[in-house]
Design a protein around this ligand. Structure first.
Ligand code: PMP
Length: 394
């Protein structure tokens, strides 16, 4: 690689090779995005036009109310109030407005949280299969990523694995529930066991270990299944949220980091978060218009029941076509079928020849599987199911 590129970026490029190969070189990368025959199940991207009420809320929020409407923004009090009220109402936990730091999505929320507590050389544990950017985000924050495996097909929270991976340098553990890509929602028992392990290890180390709770999908939950926030069980937690999933508008960035009310010394942490927001190359600085609209947006959601019907249709359709599914998602956008052949990259390219696009499991550290995003629309599902069946037979 060129010596003009930093060691950090080179390291990330090497670690994320399957991801960048898929983004740059796959048949999906070379598709004609305007082809109406595409059935695109690759990412959590919208395949239908956005909800009109989202557009209306933003239109109202763009009208300037004064000279500061488009000034630099940190956390706008109205946005903090809307986010905290939403959390109080849905979670029954007394989050305080001032403990919400608005950020530019979960990407920024994760980096800011890690930056606030980690020094170079500190270790951050993440779980594999992961959301494919964790390793890069941890590394880019100056910390060292440590991987703990989740075992198929249940993909239970591997608390013993986390306990075994903890060292004196461990500073944070990222937990993602509902979990991308397995769709698992961790149970209160699993979260209690994790909290016990983290408390004991913090005491042993004489240094706090923080829980970074990636709750990007906490409002994408099926069967009215009880999502419980990992932050309820462990005081030294950062709750990281993004509006990109509930609104299915990942390009229009806004999210937050919330400090749970039981976190000790929150005032210090609030200021540290604000500093870290600036220090993350400006990416932590939240969008003005999205914040003005937040009182409307927080209450808005894509149709979860429709998404659940699509999950059911895909689970049934893929099973009928002969695919084995690793679990049945309790939340998130994703399904994880096993490939009929070992080589998931070759298999997903075969689907791509028929304009059905899915993510090879190798990208999410699960070779031999593929990930299907339910954000494809219903027409794509009906067009794709016979193709899934044919390619499985072939
Ligand atoms: N965490 C998880 C688990 C995700 O799946 C994603 C997006 N795919 C993110 C964080 C990042 O969300 P955003 O782009 O809205 O910041």
């Amino acid at each position: 690689m060129s010596s003009r590129i930093s060691g950090t970026i080179e390291h990330i490029l090497a670690a994320q090779k399957p991801l960048f190969a898929f983004f740059n070189e796959s048949a999906w990368a070379h598709r004609d995005p305007a082809d109406p025959e595409n059935a695109d199940f690759v990412a959590g991207n919208p395949q239908d036009v956005v909800m009109p009420e989202f557009v209306e809320a933003l239109q109202r929020a763009t009208v300037p109310t004064g000279k500061d409407h488009y000034a630099y923004k940190f956390s706008e009090p109205e946005a903090q109030a809307a986010a905290a009220a939403g959390l109080r109402e849905r979670r029954g936990v007394p989050f305080e407005d001032a403990d919400i730091a608005m950020v530019d999505g979960a990407f920024a929320g994760l980096i800011v949280s890690i930056r606030v507590v980690c020094d170079p050389g500190d270790e951050v544990i993440f779980l594999s299969p992961p959301w494919f950017f964790y390793e890069a985000l941890i590394f880019a924050s100056g910390a060292s990523p440590v991987r703990v495996k989740l075992e198929p097909p249940s993909f239970d929270l591997n608390v013993d694995g986390i306990a075994a991976a903890i060292t004196e340098r461990t500073r944070a553990v990222i937990v993602n529930s509902p979990h991308n890509p397995t769709g698992r929602i961790y149970t209160p028992e699993e979260l209690r066991r994790l909290a016990r392990v983290l408390s004991e290890a913090s005491a042993r180390n004489g240094r706090d270990i923080f829980l970074v709770s990636d709750e990007a999908y906490s409002r994408i939950v099926f069967d009215d299944g009880g999502f419980r926030s990992p932050t309820e069980f462990y005081p030294n937690s950062f709750l990281v949220y993004t509006y990109g999933k509930q609104l299915l508008t990942p390009g229009q960035r806004l999210g937050y980091v919330a400090l749970p009310p039981q976190m000790p010394e929150r005032a210090e942490m609030r200021s540290a978060l604000m500093l870290a927001q600036l220090a993350v190359a400006g990416h932590g600085v939240p969008n003005a218009v999205m914040q003005y609209a937040l009182a409307d947006l927080d209450a808005m959601s894509i149709d979860i029941k429709a998404l659940q019907r699509r999950r059911d249709r895909m689970v049934e359709g893929l099973r009928a076509a002969g695919y084995e599914l690793l679990g049945r998602p309790e939340g998130t956008f994703y399904l994880l079928p096993r490939c009929p052949i070992e080589d998931d990259i070759a298999f997903t390219e075969q689907l791509a020849e028929r304009k059905v696009f899915v993510l090879p499991g190798t990208v999410v550290e699960l070779p031999g599987t593929f990930r299907v995003s339910l954000t494809a629309n219903d027409e794509m599902v009906e067009r794709a199911l016979p193709i899934f069946a044919e390619v499985a037979k072939g």
